[in-house]
Design a protein. Structure first.
Length: 110
């Protein structure tokens, strides 16, 4: 699970990174996205779902689905604002990318 690059895959994304990203997404909880899949639903077929995220990201074929638009009240003032809720799969993929960016950028800022 620690392998950095699978043979035949153009991007170096470890399965371990996808697992860690999943754990962060699960800890944050969150509402289902446009596909209606909850954290609990995703977890029912966790191994297969994480494999799909890893496979698509490492092969360069991952494309995020649309986000679910939810209206929430503005903190100050009247009116509503639109909040985009990504799917659980997309949150895992975003977290993998965020972790990699943080790993590369943080040393520059310290």
């Amino acid at each position: 699970m620690d392998e950095l690059k699978a043979p035949g895959k153009p991007f170096e994304i470890s399965k371990w990174a996808v697992q860690v990203a999943w754990e962060k997404v699960k800890a944050n909880r969150g509402a289902p996205g446009v596909d209606g899949q909850s954290i609990e639903d995703f977890e029912k077929d966790l191994k297969n779902n994480l494999y799909k995220v890893w496979n698509r990201m490492s092969s360069g074929s991952y494309f995020p689905p649309p986000v679910r638009a939810v209206e929430i009240p503005k903190v100050h003032g009247a009116g509503m604002r639109i909040l985009g809720v990504p799917t659980v799969t997309d949150r895992v993929a975003q977290t993998v990318v965020a972790m990699e960016l943080e790993r590369r950028v943080e040393p520059v800022f310290h």
